[in-house]
Design a protein around this ligand. Structure first.
Ligand SMILES: [Zn+2]
Length: 506
């Protein structure tokens, strides 16, 4: 279905129809209902997603306002972005674009990823840094992708001095020239690229695309650490500022059509339980931007088939060589189901309600090797099942989660935790801890028998419980397992979770 089909139905101009088609992920029916629901009151297009009007005195160009919000002057913009050069030859860094300050990690991970796909020399252990002409060619291709049509020109921002707000826009020259306009290695290098992308795509287009996903009351770079979301990363990787990286459309919820042209993938910790789009899990190259929640790194296959994780930011700047212990780097990526179905089913007695804690003594002894610890589990009891009865029952054919025997009541001589109290901890802030000698709970009077937590070593746990603990302990494993189900990883020969001293920050 095309925008002109939609135009015929809703009777708007083509551009408006296009916007609704994009918002609906290309689905005509969704686009029609979206149009009528959004324009029901006023007959007007949906409310503008533009940032709030600039305070009087704001002189920043629109593209800058859209990126950073309506600051009063360019000096108020985050230095982590405005002083970020695209320099590949900084002697302090043995690999990757040199990043000095926290902020632009997402766009730098995206750019590193593009460079590693284009340059065989952009490899660990290879000292050659790309020359300015090579950088020019690769970055021009990034900008070319942002054109709305093949007839449009790629644009290049040329700063008048060292003020990021004073620039003109020219056609992006095909060949590098040393006169300065093509130089990305000096401070403002990253800003030159980002503004060139936005000016090429057009501020209005970027606004409309980024409005299809995410919090549009915020500029593209926001928060106390001036971080960007997937809008800016997708603008670099795909040439569009639609920030949706999930397998399902942000409006309508249908599965996003698979793309064949995705060179670099994206993996994230899938916080909401919604899988990442298939083409981001299985891109054309074995290179992924890795989103660990509040930071971005790069995972890539090096020459010879080794996998590397590159984190460009201090204090965790490192190039880790990853070995797979369980699993296979070459295994096919999981494919998201045609429809997103939440898999939360009614609690069942004996299953894990929560993992309360790792044993404090074991934590002290094994500060990073969490698989050497004992864990306290709170199991589901009859009361919890009764309260949970509104949730759908587990259908036949879906495996039950790990379940455990509650066993006998703890001997009165030991500490124990009252489950009757613990299950209501979020409203009462009572964690039900009882000192030795209490046969009944000191808070609620319930006897210990049938009302206590259990302790198990990691090795005694079921696979699902182990996976749940691993997820909480290692963001890297959590993210990798979205692509390589159940994998286990060693770094420098040491298995993550099992051996001490292996920490990979992402
Ligand atoms: Zn109690």
């Amino acid at each position: 279905m095309s925008a002109s089909d939609l135009q015929a139905v809703i009777g708007t101009d083509l551009e408006t129809a296009q916007m609704y088609m994009e918002m609906s992920g290309g689905d005509l029916e969704t686009a029609v209902s979206l149009f009528f629901s959004m324009s029901a009151d006023t007959g007007a297009p949906p409310p503008s997603t533009a940032p709030p009007p600039p305070p009087s005195g704001c002189v920043l160009p629109l593209a800058l306002q859209f990126l950073f919000g309506a600051a009063l002057s360019s000096s108020a913009l985050p230095e982590s972005w405005t002083a970020q050069a695209l320099s590949f030859t900084d002697p302090r860094f043995s690999y990757g674009i040199a990043q000095d300050k926290n902020g632009p990690c997402g766009v730098l991970a995206a750019l590193n990823s593009i460079f590693v796909t284009k340059l065989s020399a952009y490899q660990p252990g290879v000292s050659a840094s790309p020359g300015p002409d090579v950088v020019h060619t690769i970055l021009r291709d990034v900008v070319l992708k942002c054109r709305k049509s093949a007839e449009d020109e790629a644009m290049l921002v040329v700063f008048e001095g060292d003020d990021v707000s004073k620039y003109s826009v020219v056609a992006f020259p095909e060949a590098y020239n040393a006169e300065g306009a093509c130089d990305f290695s000096s401070p403002l290098g990253l800003m030159k690229l980002l503004l060139s992308l936005v000016e090429t795509r057009g501020v209005e287009q970027v606004k409309a695309e980024s409005a299809t996903f995410g919090d549009t009351s915020q500029p593209m770079v926001s928060g106390p650490f001036s971080l960007c979301g997937t809008e800016l990363i997708n603008l670099i990787l795909l040439g569009s500022a639609d920030g949706n990286v999930a397998a399902y459309a942000s409006v309508g919820g249908g599965k996003v059509p698979a793309r064949e042209d995705v060179e670099v993938g994206i993996l994230t910790n899938e916080e909401e339980g919604v899988p990442v789009a298939d083409h981001f899990k299985a891109p054309k190259n074995n290179v992924w931007v890795v989103h660990g929640g509040d930071h971005f790194t790069m995972l890539f296959e090096g020459a010879g088939g080794s996998m590397f994780l590159y984190n460009g930011l201090q204090p965790n700047r490192a190039l880790h060589s990853l070995t797979m212990i369980a699993g296979d780097w070459g295994s096919p990526a999981p494919v998201a189901p045609a429809e997103h179905t939440p898999t939360q089913y009614r609690m069942e007695v004996g299953c894990v309600e929560s993992i309360v804690q790792a044993h404090p003594d074991d934590k002290k002894e094994n500060p990073t090797a969490w698989r050497r610890r004992r864990f306290e589990l709170c199991l589901v009891n009859e009361d919890m099942v009764r309260v949970d009865k509104a949730t759908a029952e587990r259908p036949e054919g879906v495996a039950k989660g790990d379940s455990y025997d509650l066993g006998a009541a703890p001997v009165v001589a030991s500490r124990w935790r009252c489950v009757s109290c613990y299950k209501d901890r979020f409203t009462t802030y009572c964690f039900g801890e009882n000192p030795p000698g209490n046969a009944v709970c000191k808070f609620c009077g319930t006897p210990a028998g049938g009302n206590h937590t259990i302790w198990r070593t990691y090795g005694e746990l079921g696979a699902g419980t182990k996976a749940r603990i691993d997820r909480g302990e290692s963001k890297l494993l959590q993210v990798l397992r979205t692509r390589w189900r159940g994998c286990d990883i060693a770094v420098g020969g040491k298995e993550i979770g099992s051996e001490e001293g292996v920490v990979v920050a992402i």
